[in-house]
Each structure stands twice: as C-alpha cells, then as structure tokens.
Design a protein around this ligand. Sequence first.
Ligand code: ADP
Length: 630
Amino acid sequence: MTVEAHKETRGFQTEIKQLLNLMIHSLYSNKEIFLRELVSNASDAADKLRFAALSDDALYEGDAELKIWVELNSEAKTVTIRDNGIGMSRDEVVENIGTIAKSGTQAFFKSLTGDEAKDSQLIGQFGVGFYSSFIVADKVTLITRKAGLEKSHGVRWESAGDGEFSIENVERDSHGTEVILHLRDGEEEFTQDYRVQSIIKKYSDHIAFPIILPKINTDEETKEITVENETINSAKALWMRGKNEISEEEYQEFYKHVSHDFDAPLTWMHNKVEGTQEYTSLLYIPARAPFDLWDRRNRHGVKLYVRRVFIMDDDEHLLPPYLRFIRGVIDSNDLPLNVSREILQNNKQIDTIRGGTVKKILSSLESMAKNDAEKYQTFWKEFGRVFKEGVVDDTSNKERIAKLLRFSSTHDSKEEPEISLENYVSRMQEGQDKIFYITADNFAGALSSPHLEIFRKKGIEVLLLTDQVDEWLVMHLTEFDGKQLQSVTKGDLDLTNLESEEEKQEAEKAKEEVQPLVERIQTALTEKVKEVQVTHRLTSSPACLVADAHGMDASLERLLKQAGQEIPDSKPVMEINPTHPLITKLKDVSDDDKFKDWAFILFDQALLSEGGQLEDPSAFVSRINQMLVQ
Ligand code: ADP
C-alpha cells in the first residue's frame, strides 16, 4: 500500500453541511450528548478490534486491554475522547467521516420541513453520531491509526464544521482513535471533571469497556504532578446484570448506544435462557420506524455476542425479516467464538436461538396489546406494515401473528387500524360464518365502495384493507378461528343465511322479473364482462363489478399492473341492482344503440366507483352528455 502523506482539503458531501447546521441548532438544548455519541463510537471500535483479534492476535500490538479515555484540558479548552480500538485507515476516514452512508439519507432530507421544532425531532431519529461534536466544538481533530497497519499510516483529519475538512498522514505509535474537540467560547463547562463525570455516568455507564477520566493532581508544595486513572463506569456488559439491578434510564441509554437512535425505545425485553442453548437477550422495540425500515437489508439489526465478545451486527440470521425493526443484543454462551456468517446460515444452535427469541417478542407484543392498548397502537402505527409480512414469512407462528394484526373496519370507520380479528369475530352477526373484508388503494376508496352497501344495511362489519401488503396478507391468511376470510368484491356473495324468509322471496321475485334485462345487458357488454347477474350486494348503487371467486381482486390486479407485471386480462362479473331507478328505467329503452350506451355507462360507473381507470374516458363523457341532453 502506498501512503498518501500529502495533506489535502476536501469538501463534505453537501448533505453534511446541511445536517451540521440543523443539528447544531436543534440539539443545542441537549448538547452534552456529544460525549455519549463519541464514547459509543469508541466502544464500537473496541468491540471491532476484539473481534478482529480473535483470528489475529497480533492486531492488539501488545495492548489487549481495551479502554476509553476522556481527557480534559481547561487551559487549551479541549476535550479528547481516545480509544485503543480498531482505528481507521485514510480511506475509511474519508468514507466514514466525510460522507453519510446511511440508507434513507435522501428520504431524511426530503422529510425536513424547515420548521425547526419539527426538524429537530427528526434529527434525533436520524442519529448524527460523530457530527454531534460540532454542537460544542468549533474545530474537531481526529487522529487515528488502524490496528495492524504501520505507524506511518496514521491519519489526521480536521474540520471546523464549515463544509471542508483536511486530511493528511501522520506517524502514530498506537492503534485506535482520538477525537479532540476544541470547545467553542462558552462551552468551558465540558473541561470540568465533575461535569464530565456526571455526564458519563448518566449516559455511558453501561459501556462494557472501562472509561477512564484521568485526574491530574498538582502537589501544592512540591509542585509534583501525579495522574490518577479512575474508571468511572461499571464497565460490565449491561445485559449480564440482573434485571432488578438495572434502572429504566440505563436500559434506555443502552438502547441509544446499540440502535443509534436518539429517542427512548417503546419497550424492551430482557431474558436469560438456560437449557440446550444458553443465551441472554436484551431486545428493544423502537418508538419510531427508522428511515430504512423498508429496506429488507437493514443496516443495524441485532448485535450478536458470544460470551461477551461482540461478533457482528446481524440483520438476517438472528431474527426473521418481519421483525427487522427489533434492536439489541443476543449473547450466546455456546456458539464458537470463530462463528462466521457462513456458519450462521445453517446452524441448529442459531435456529434454536431464533425460534426462542421470536416467541419472546411475540409474547411481549401480546402482553402489550392486552395491557397497554395505546402503546400497542404506537407499535402498530410504526411497524404494523412490516409485522404483517410475518403471516407469510413465519408459518409456524401464523396464528399468534394473526391475533396481533390490527385493521380498520366499518365498525368505527376510523382510518387508524385498531380492530383485531378477535374483536371482529366477537361481533359477528347471527348466521354470519365469514370474516368479510375489502381491499382498496386507500381508506376513502374502501369506505365509499358500493360493495359495502348491503353490509351496512345488514349491520355486518367489513374490514377495510388499504396497505399494499394486505393483498398478500389475505392470500396467505385465508382463515381465522375457523372462519374463512372473504373478500366482499369477489365471487358469489352468499348472504342468504343472514336474510329473512320475506327478504329471500322478494329477492327471488325481483330476480325473475329482471331476467330478460340481464340477458340484454349481457349481450350489450359481451366484450367487457364475463357475466351479468342480479346482485344482493347493492342497496343504493345501480351496479358493481365483482371478481371471479378464484380470480384476482381488482385492486390486486391494479397493483400488479402498476408494478409492471403482465396480467392476463380477466373479465369481471357485473352485478346489477334490480330496484335501482336506473335499472327499472332501462327496461323501457327499446332502441338498441341507446340501450348499449346505457349499459356502457353502467359498466364504466361501476369501474370508477371502485377506483378503477376507464379505458376510454372521452367515450364515457360523450355518452353521459348525450344522456343528459335527452
Ligand atoms: P454511526 O456511529 O451512527 O455509524 P458516526 O457518524 O458516529 O455514525 O460514525 C461513522 C463511522 O465512523 C462509524 O460507523 C465508524 O465506522 C467510524 N468511526 C467513528 N468513530 C470511530 C472510532 N472511534 N474508531 C473507529 N471508527 C470510528
């Protein structure tokens, strides 16, 4: 490798400039968190070195006691956070400190409103890590050397946070990183022992490596200077401590460290498991979905430790994808220290750990749903859409997952999904043997669908499914509690056991009377529909379209077409409402051309009312106009 010793000055990625300004303003009231962020980075760096040294002891360079030092200098007005962790190469410094690699960065910037109060909430969610130094410093110097590289491969990076940084190679004896903050005027408090000590106690006590705050004592008489190296944190893996020894605040601070989230978590579960597999897990459900939640390759995932040694951030083996929002650590006593991603792939021990962990998470959600409905609502709002994937992904827990699902429904017509399948079943009408639902592109569309008319009339609840994943969900969840899930827009809706004898007779009579008309409409619309039928679905609309019992829902078809998939055109069934005035009037239209126009208008209307798109909108308009003129 050649060393680029030359000093160069580079510009930050544009987003970083924006981020720094926003951050300095919005986090100022909580400025002390810069220490937490830098200590957290140092701890990660120590974890990484310990892992790398498992296969190459020489990386320790004879210095295997990993520690973090926080050094204060009130004369120079500096705070230095130093570690003997993994360190960084020149390229890594440029990559990690000059750019934001986070997926979702673009989305983050788009979501900014310019309103400081709102944006500052967002920035906490985004997490700013290293850059938080600029809240209190007007110049930051980072000196580092990657463990295992030669001394000449040290790197010095410096920036005043004004959009540029300089970088050059320097000699550096020890591996690891030090970050020197040159404090802004007015920030002198951060050079005071007691202040810094209390901040570290508050935010970083859980860090598993010793944090040392050297105290410099000058003997009054001899003027002799002595340094006292005091470890100021517990320096013990938090998850190994007993539950009753850990305070709420400690749990929360640990969450912020492992998740890189600034906000407190929604809840956590801490379990020690003994048996064939011995492991401890401390897992958190965040209070808010991160920007990259939709990315199934999530960056953080859960941290895997083996006997207190950090092994890796795992985003695919320890938990199934539908639980990818979970953060925290799993520490195994049985896995080998040299466990690799390949080993994780097909490993019985991992399967056992994953199975057990999923069950713990599901029970925690179950008890939240039962005991704290409001909290569960928050969970559902943030993660429900991802969690639903579980019905498809995790067949072994399908029933438990199904009970945790929440939907909107015609029962309360609220857009927030709050109705469980159990709620639904408990309210089913006498004679009702199915769980009815409608899928639509959006809530308003679902709620105003003509397909719901008969259900309203009969007081039967219908679930309103408006997430894209819902289409897949109902393909896999065909039954709950022995009751079939049935789309109200599909197939022959058999509601006869919900009808009175009188209603049945009336319907039969209306059907007979209108039969000749049905045949005539069918002839007029042969190219458009598979069949025309008399409906029981409608009370106030003249017609609606129904998918084949085994065919695709119209909304799924639209979804797939939007996604660019080739879908064979399937003709819907059109159902007409024999009591609607438009239909009764139609009987008197003897002119065949005119009749055909009416039939087309009926069809197009029905299509429009389900949120479909007309094939030929101008033909529709001209037919309507003609009709109005007449
Ligand atoms: P985050 O910690 O959320 O990834 P940061 O901006 O704090 O974001 O840090 C960016 C990256 O810089 C880290 O992911 C890490 O790779 C690197 N880094 C930061 N501090 C250190 C350190 N003390 N030692 C080694 N690498 C570091």
